[in-house]
Structures are given as C-alpha cells and as structure tokens.
Design a binder for this molecule. Structure first.
Ligand code: CTP
Length: 401
C-alpha cells in the first residue's frame, strides 16, 4: 500500500501542448494504484482526446459536454467532493486566471470551485505569459489560498524560444502529489535521516574503491518516509537514481564524509541503508598513479563505522531516538545480523541474504528478516524494495509512538 493506493485523483487537462504528457501522468498514477478521473477543458480537447485518457485510466474522461448532460447537476460537485486531490496539469495562463478569480465557465473550473480537496497546478505557458504581472498576481492569489504550484521549469518552449514556462515532468509531479497526500501521515512532524548507496574511497584523483550497492533500498526508504509525512534528509553517495521530491539531499563520497554528514544531523530516526565501506586505502595519492611507476601496492585501513560511532556518542539518544541498520550477509544471516544489532546499538535491523539472486544489491526486490531489539523476528517474503521500505517505515513509526 503506497500513499497513492486507492486514492481518487482528479486530473484537469487544459489547452497546452504539454497535454500530451498528461496521458503519461495519468498512466503513472494508475500504475501506482490511484483511481484517475480526467476532466478536459475545451482547448485541452483540441490537444488530446478523452479517448486517450479513457484508454490509460479505464475510466470515463469528462468534457464540457458533460456539464450539460443529465447527471451534470451532481457531477461537478460530486467529482470535487470524492477526490483526494485535484491536479491541473498542464494549467494554462487562462485557467490559472479563472481559478484565481473564481470564474466557473466550464466543467473543470466549476468542479475546481466546488472542490473540497487540496488543489495543485502545474503551469505550462509561454515564458512571457508566465512572467506577466497578471499571471504572477494570480499565482500569488492561488498560493495564498493554499494551492500548491509545481513548476514551471526552464527550457525549450513551444514558441521556439527558451524560458520559464515548461510543465515539469510527470514523474516530478507525482513526487509533489505524494508529498501533499502524505502530509498528515504517521510521521508528520518527525524527521528521518536516511543514508543510501555505496561509498567511494579514493585511491588517487580518478580511481576509487567502491561496492555494488545501487542505492535503491535507501531511496525507497526516503520516499516511504516522505509518503508518511516525515521531513527527510537523504545522505547519499553517487547513484544513478533521481532523488525523491521533497527530500533534502546531502551528497557525499567517502564513509568519512557520510559519517560527518550523519553527525551534523539529528532527528527522530536514522536509517542506515548505505553500504558504507569497511576498509579504505590507507593513502590517497594526490596525483594520478602512473603505469610507468609499476603496479601499486594498496594498503587498506579500517574506515569509521558510522552506526558504532553514532551509538557510542554521548548524545546518541538526543541525536536520534531510534536507529535502524541493514545487515548484508552471505551466510549465518540471523546470527550475524543479531550480533550487529547488539554491537551497533540498533532498535531494528533488516537482514538480507546477498547470496540470493533476487534480493539484495542492485536488483529491485529484496527478502529481509527484521530483527528487533527485544530479540523478536519477522521474516518478510520476497517484496519490491518499495514494499520493504513501507514496512520498515511503518515499524519505525510504531517504535516512535
Ligand atoms: N555501516 C556503518 N558504517 C560502516 C559500515 C557499515 O554504519 N563503515 C552500517 C551499514 O549501513 C548497515 C550496518 O552497518 O546498516 C551493517 O553493515 P554491514 O556491512 O552488513 O556490516 P559490517 O559492520 O560491515 O560487518 P561485517 O563486516 O561483519 O559484515
């Protein structure tokens, strides 16, 4: 169950070329488990047909014709009452102006006026129209009323010019939707620090010693914490992943950097999903190691253990009320993980068997056994990393109660 599961999203589509991206937005929301009802404005219909939306959502897409149909009287009120969120993407300068002034001259603006749910708009227009004083005033009016405005982004515009006016991408819009839907979640008002990825220990200015961690489990945890309404700080080494919308990101390279970043933060929970290096080169060459100088002998030393340092710091309970770790093991999973739970002073450890092909590093799924401070255990079946993350966040919230 993600924050989008079974949520009623009302998607308004108005007349901009960015309307073609709305079909992708509707599809992504559906795939994430939401029910999507679409309302097209008259000019929206000129860019994209209701059939396109019906095909991706499996539900009727409404147009202005429905305003005058038999069920019209209840329709505009009903849609806005049952929805968890109204998102208008793309939102033209014209619709934006109508919303600001309470004009209700088509099904979408009538519905918006009657809506009881949170509203979000993703403006899309020419750069000049966006910068125009009237548009800026209208935006301020809407924001003052609690409407969430996402974007627009800088870039190439339909006019051929470049400027601020592009609708932000559907995946980013979904990030904002998750933030709004999660606002009152079980971690609202709480701060969670998550670490992710494999750290990099430099040999010289170009070479590093690292590991196979993709960061996927850590990023999924950051997203799940945001979905639960938490303030999230994501401390990450370089990965190929896009950071979740709403997370404050601290980029680090080495285990020492990660330790410094963790120690600079505090919050209700620290979740250490990063594969921080245990060993690092004893010396980092200031210049690139050259072949002509022969094969280098690399001497390793211990890297700091982040969890142990946090556990041993005097202010541990002041810094984080609970700490959660991971144990990547290739044998004696439970024994090794239970030992780590103790030695690292954790409240919870998620143990995963890295010898399995479908779990652990770099893949999208994970199979973990959760071990609690009191010794109790819970073995989870093979799950997506997003589901594992939701489960760990649920437990974190419970432990914080
Ligand atoms: N960890 C840490 N600092 C390190 C290494 C690991 O804080 N330098 C954290 C990881 O983020 C994870 C937990 O400790 O949450 C366990 O990591 P793991 O690599 O499995 O354990 P190690 O301490 O490295 O133990 P071992 O070498 O015995 O596997």
């Amino acid at each position: 169950m993600s924050v989008l599961t079974e949520k009623q999203i009302l998607l308004g589509v108005t007349g901009s070329i960015a309307a073609y991206k709305s079909a992708d937005l509707a599809s992504k929301l559906m795939q994430a488990g939401a029910f999507v009802d679409v309302i097209l404005s008259g000019s929206g219909e000129k860019f994209i047909s209701p059939l396109t939306f019906q095909s991706v959502t499996g539900r009727r897409a409404y147009t202005d014709q429905d305003l005058w149909g038999n069920e019209a009287h209840v329709l505009h009120v009903g849609l806005g009452h049952s929805a968890n969120l109204l998102i208008i993407a793309p939102c033209t300068a014209n619709t934006l102006a109508k919303l600001a002034h309470g004009t209700a001259d088509n099904l979408l603006t009538v519905t918006a006026l009657a809506a009881q749910c949170p509203m979000m708009i993703a403006p899309a227009m020419d750069g000049g129209m966006f910068e125009a004083a009237a548009t800026q005033d209208n935006l301020r009016t809407l924001m003052k009323r609690g409407v969430t405005v996402v974007g627009p982004a800088e870039g190439h515009l339909a006019s051929g010019l470049s400027g601020k006016g592009r609708m932000i991408e559907p995946s980013e819009i979904i990030g904002y939707i998750r933030l709004v839907l999660g606002r009152k979640g079980k971690l609202a008002g709480k701060k969670v620090v998550v670490t992710a990825g494999g750290t990099q220990e430099a040999l010289d200015p170009v070479r590093v010693v690292t590991n196979r961690s993709s960061g996927k489990q850590g990023y999924a945890l950051a997203q799940a914490a945001l979905d639960a309404g938490a303030e999230v700080c994501l401390i990450t080494s370089p990965t190929s992943l896009t950071s979740p919308v709403g997370a404050r990101v601290i980029n680090v390279l080495s285990t020492q950097d990660m330790l410094d970043a963790v120690l600079s933060e505090s919050g209700e929970a620290l979740i250490m999903a990063a594969a921080a290096a245990d060993f690092r080169p004893k010396h980092t060459a200031t210049d690139k190691l050259k072949k002509r100088d022969g094969i280098p002998q690399i001497e390793l030393e211990a890297a700091p253990d982040i969890l142990k340092t946090v556990a041993s710091s005097e202010s541990r309970k002041k810094r984080f009320r609970i700490t959660v770790g991971f144990a990547a093991e290739s044998r004696d999973l439970i024994e090794n993980a239970a030992e780590k739970l103790k030695s690292k002073g954790l409240d919870l450890i998620a143990a995963n068997d890295i010898s399995a092909r479908d779990a652990g590093f770099a893949v999208d799924t994970n199979r973990v056994t959760l071990i609690f401070e009191n010794g109790s255990k819970e073995s989870l079946p093979l799950m997506s990393k997003a589901e594992v993350a939701e489960k760990i966040i649920d437990i974190t919230a419970r432990l914080l109660e």
